[in-house]
Design a protein around this ligand. Sequence first.
Ligand code: PNS
Length: 164
Amino acid sequence: MHVIYPGSFDPLTNGHMDVIQRATRHFDRITVAVLENASKRGQWLFEPEERVEIIRKATAHLGKVDSETFSGLLAEYMRKKGVRIIVKGMRAVSDYEYELQQAHLNRQLNPQVETFFIMAATRWSYVSSTMVKEIARYGGDVAKLVPPATLEALQAKFPELGKK
Ligand code: PNS
């Protein structure tokens, strides 16, 4: 079964990696789909193509994971790809309302689509791309929060990273 794991992934964290690894135990192929939403352009740290590169590097050893960008509606992208399962990670109750809304709307837009949720391991439940970016921006140590490919890309953007 081929599934799509969509998100912003700006950048990929250990929480995302945990969801991807768990998904590989149950599905044959996982496409990590990076949203390329022009309206958020000014808020990006990494360009969508850079995020895809990080994901490809970080997941190469898993064998059945690929990555690409998508734009527009997820439900439409699923239709184009001919894939019926969306995989999403769920960290805490705080994610629930937003995810519930999206799952219902995506099913309304494309009735063939089903959303499967994977609960990230509790040790990553507090990690988010937003926090990783904030810590990195001020030179804090994010080495334990992200895979090596993300760390390398962050170090290229913030040379002071982890030196405090
Ligand atoms: O990592 P994120 O920011 O939680 O990912 C959100 C994402 C990309 C899954 C969501 O914003 C999305 O699917 N956007 C595409 C546009 C769309 O289909 N919007 C309607 C969703 S009901």
